[in-house]
Design a protein around this ligand. Sequence first.
Ligand code: C2E
Ligand code: CA
Ligand code: CA
Length: 751
Amino acid sequence: MNKQIIKKRKLFSYVSIFVLCVGSLFGAVYRCAKLVEKNYLEQLEQNLEDVAFQISQSLREQIEIRYELLKSVAIRFDIEPEKRLENLYMFEPVTDAFRLVRIGFCDKNGISHATSGFSADLRFREFFKRGMNGETYISDVLQDAMDENHDHVTVMSMPIHNRAGEIDGIAAITYKTEYLSDDISSEIFEGVGATIVISENGIVNISSNESLINIHDNLFNKLFENMKDENISRTEIVNRIIGGNYRERNNYFTLIFGNKEYYYDVEPVNIMGEKHVWYAISLVPKEYFAARFRPTKVNLYRMLMFVLIFGLVSIFLVEVVSMHQRSLTNRMAYVSPLTGGPNTNQFFNILKRNEISDGFMVYMNIENFTNTSLAIGKGRSNKLLKSTWNLLALEERSDDLFCHNQKDSFLLYFGNINEETLEKRLELLRDIIHDEAISEHISWVNAHFGIYKIRKANRLEDASHKAEIAAHDVHPDSKCFAYFDDKKQKRQIELQKLEDHFDEALNAREFEIYFQPKYNSAEKRLTGCEALVRWNYKGKKMVSPGEFIPMLERTGKIVKLDEYIFERVCEYQSNWKKSGLKIVPVSVNISKATLFLDNIEEYYCSILERHDLTTREIQLEVTETLVSTSGSMANLLNRFRDRGFKILMDDFGTGYTALSTLNLQCFDTLKMDKSLIDGIENDFGQDLLAGVIEMTKKLGYYITAEGVETEEQFLFLKALECDDIQGFLFSKPLPANEFALRIETPIHPAA
Ligand code: C2E
Ligand code: CA
Ligand code: CA
């Protein structure tokens, strides 16, 4: 379930990242497009401005040149008012030079005289009226009244004066309007743009594109007509165009001609000595801009698509590669290479993720796997582990989690189960695993289980460790599982401390020797004693051998201890001997590991010699089970016996092979184990002991009874003529000085 949530979250974050990326990409491209569009527009505005400015410049030049001419003509007329006609003909050549239609003047009645020779009544013409009013004037485009072609012309006029300085007529020059527009290229913006020139009142004097607007039309009126729908007033249009506020920030007003919108720019043209203003306007259709910008836009969006597709493909590839990588890493980190199931890491991860705080941790071990591996080969034994895993996986329920741990061990977690059911399931597992092994002809393979009940405060790793410790407690002859024992573990820790401290303890002489006297049953006379070791651990507490001997035997350190005790016992014996005591033989316990050392008998003899002792004064105790396990033991013991040592068989009557070992004839004394002595309290035990003693005595063995605690036991043994008695009834093991006192008084006080 958790996995699904993680997957969903992951997907969500991927989708979010993707949407965010695509969103910001679109945003970026949109901004980019807007920026490019703005740049384009600014560029366009600049171009329009340049065009309008050029027109205005050229127009101004054209008009001002002619205005200057007009002024000189007027001055000429003013200088000699009576010779105006004659002077007029003087200007004839100038007419062509200035590309004029004619130069002329009107008298105060409006009768005109022109270089072309025509004369007409122009009383009602505006330029006449204005001139007579004293104004300098430039007409809007007119149709030439003096020419049958009625060409478009522009007339410039100014007043002329008589000698009294009164206005008595006007001087005028007329030129073809088309000459004005000569310099104005109509080929702007690849022919789709247009330029027009209007006068203050909106009349079009020049139009580079008459399909747009005709010369002589009124631009303001025309625009007003076109833009009526936009709820725009004529004044506003006039203001926009000649008021200079035709453009607001980032908002391009457009002009509409027909159904086409145009971007435009206006440049005022001050003419006639700045007495009049015309306006040069450059125009370009909005769609021209759109058409020019479209490819850029398309390219931008193509680029976006490309980046998107590229991005998607990249993300896809990265995801595929990283998925592959992830699964590889996951496999390495979380999958057992042997079984293909989860490994220990993954096992703990899952349990932790599920916040496990109860259930059972079970450590499953395949018994004797190392030997199995040696017997059937690595390949087959691995196959066996794999099929074991397959069986486990089949038995795994929804509350369980199993994994392969190490080599021949598996960790099994069982949730939601009681002990009884758990034990049944474990027995079932043992059976199916055993059956599988049998089918593979590996009949000796068995599984056993260590169980630890998980509590809230437990770390799961600790739980598995404890389950493993519990698995060591499974006895081959009993159940296939064992529960973790807390006390046992504490003991284990204590033992570890002892082991770690052993070498130091030897040097610090922490091992002390106690002597337990043996008395003969007939007279209660001291006949010998057994040396028993005690560990005065760091001078703090006495540790009995039952606690540390098995550990020393397991680690092999017992050899050192045996040697040390033998040496110390010899020391005591020789001291007592030297002090004149009538010493008795002391038996020293010797372990199997020591017996197997090369030339050990020689070495022990050398110790005896060093202390001026003989084999009559030191005996050796060997446990019966040691002997029964190996026939070669008899040879080793006989090597000691050959040197004169007496060998005592310790704990006689506890093992299985006791009787057959008698046949080996490598002992002098049999020490009847305490368990046989304790049997005296019932008839069968009495008969058994009586039979054993009678038989062994008959075979010539010297008999010592161990662990004699009661008078009843003593009397019974005495009646059977058991040779020696050792037990608390007569004495506990004693410290050396106390035992020395016993040597001094060889008869037991109770005798
Ligand atoms: P063990 O050789 O059978 O020693 C006899 C044990 O029985 C001693 O225990 C002794 O104290 C105890 N015992 C004697 N009489 C009685 C009695 O009447 N009632 C009861 N309940 N117990 C009695 P301890 O000293 O604890 O020694 C335990 C074992 O440790 C010994 O068993 C022996 O196998 C081993 N051991 C002791 N000292 C040495 C040693 O120096 N070297 C080696 N290798 N083993 C030693
Ligand atoms: Ca003993
Ligand atoms: Ca014993």
